[in-house]
Write a protein that binds this ligand. Structure first.
Ligand code: MG
Length: 245
């Protein structure tokens, strides 16, 4: 029989990019993920990287325990203690992360509430107090630093919690050859900043970026730019394709 009680068809044309037909009853069911109980809470298959209780998932870049401090369920940059990174390494992933620039406004431009989210330890999505704080466009909050400004400035005032939701596709290399660049989609406070934007290469300061082959996975790194920026509720989901049941 071609169709059974809404469970699919076996006599439909084959999809152009798939071994399955249109409405194919034999196509695997999507894996079940239980969403977080509240918006922003980690879903059932998330890797929780920071929930406020400790820094066990993190190390100082270069080795040793992180020098950052725990305060009010958040972690806070302790200036000059260095960048921190996850012990675990990731490739393609969905990332959720919340951050707050210091409520007390100090400095200006790149010197105000600066930190950063380095995907794979190499590619920076800028964290900055970009609220009524002009700086160069490819260095403002949500910029792919040194490459692409965000489409809009969706910053909340300093001291308020802000939310990044990021979808990351790692670059692909075949030996020394770049097969596909990294792509990133970024939302800040629910507002789209980048939509599957290809990156030019790992983040540089005052230089053009260029790819050199690297591992398929890398750590998530957070930047100590000498401002006491806070982070909380950090989780990610390594990405899988459909038809994986
Ligand atoms: Mg930065």
């Amino acid at each position: 029989m071609a169709e059974q009680q809404g469970l699919g068809y076996s006599d439909t044309p084959r999809l152009p990019d798939s071994p399955y037909g249109v409405h194919d009853g034999a196509r695997p069911q999507p894996r079940i993920v239980t969403p977080g109980a509240t918006p922003g809470a980690p879903p059932s298959d998330a890797v929780v990287l920071f929930d406020g209780s400790g820094l066990e998932a993190w190390t100082r870049v270069g080795g040793g325990p992180p020098g950052w401090r725990l305060v009010d369920g958040a972690m806070e940059v302790v200036p000059k203690t260095g960048n921190i990174e996850t012990r675990a390494h990731f490739g393609d992933m969905q990332l959720h992360l919340e951050w707050a620039a210091p409520a007390e406004v100090r400095g200006e431009g790149q010197g105000r509430g600066n930190s950063g989210v380095f995907l794979m330890g190499l590619y920076e999505i800028q964290v900055l107090d970009g609220y009524e704080n002009p700086t160069y466009a490819d260095g403002i909050t949500g910029a792919i630093y040194g490459q692409y400004p965000p489409r809009v400035n969706a910053c909340r005032p300093p001291g308020e919690w802000q939310v990044y939701d990021i979808a990351w596709e790692a670059p692909r290399f075949d030996g020394e050859t770049l097969v596909a660049p990294a792509f990133v989609t970024v939302l800040l406070n629910g507002v789209l900043l980048h939509h599957r934007q290809p990156l030019q290469g790992p983040t540089k300061h005052r230089q053009l970026a260029a790819y050199t082959p690297h591992a398929a996975t890398g750590p998530l790194q957070l930047q100590d730019h000498r401002d006491p920026v806070r982070f909380r509720n950090i989780w990610c989901r390594p990405l899988t394709d459909a038809d994986q049941a």
